[in-house]
Unconditional design. Structure first.
Length: 213
């Protein structure tokens, strides 16, 4: 089911957004569709299993440099073992050159950052060994993840969060640099896309031509 949903949404996003630009725009369209489908799949997992479900995104400190800000997956709370989380999938890697833009990212001022407002009791990060099928937070060797959470009712625990994806590259030291392109007017602008996560769990898509709130 997860794979089918990702394929459907990815195809729709690619058709809608890739026609107006080059390979960067096409990669962003693909990433937007993939990540939005993962968020919707996490919401469904929460409702179907009657427990918390989280979208997790590998942080910029991930031991696997190739996964930093690019690897995304779903875990849900184990109803039988408090504090344990179960991998709902094997994760997905964003298209080459596309990265999640964290709230405190270094980069051009014109690049919007992701935001993660939280309800009480909702974490910004978690440490978990993923995609192990059973994992206890804090029991791994320092793998840190950004977290977006859904309740068993399907409501977002991060109301009106902004999730931003942008073109970038990994430097030799493992740091990520977000890229600019010439806008045709002599100005260099970032290439980005993303969506807003509403309290209801629905998503509002945007791209770099839209006004970001």
């Amino acid at each position: 089911m997860v794979v089918a949903i990702i394929a459907l949404v990815t195809g729709t996003a690619g058709w809608a957004l890739s026609g107006g630009g080059g390979s960067g725009h096409a990669s962003l369209a693909l990433a937007q569709g993939t990540v939005s489908a993962v968020f919707q799949s996490a919401r469904m997992q929460a409702m179907l299993k009657g427990t918390m479900a989280r979208v997790i995104i590998a942080s910029e400190t991930s031991p696997d440099v190739s996964r930093r800000l690019r690897f995304i997956g779903i875990v849900y709370g184990d109803l039988q073992k408090s504090g344990c989380w179960i991998a709902a999938d094997d994760g997905v890697l964003l298209p080459e050159g596309v990265f999640f833009v964290p709230p405190q990212a270094d980069g051009p001022a014109s690049l919007p950052r992701s935001t993660c407002p939280v309800l009480p009791g909702t974490p910004l990060h978690m440490s978990v060994s993923y995609p192990d099928r059973h994992s206890v937070p804090g029991a791994d060797s320092g793998q840190d993840w950004y977290v977006y959470q859904f309740g068993p009712d399907g409501l977002s625990q991060n109301p009106n969060a902004r999730v931003v994806l942008a073109m970038g590259s990994i430097k030799g030291d493992g740091a990520i640099t977000f890229l600019l392109e010439n806008s045709g007017t002599g100005n260099s602008v970032p290439l980005y896309t993303g969506f807003y996560l509403r309290r209801s769990g629905t998503l509002t898509l945007f791209n770099d031509e839209d006004a970001v709130q």
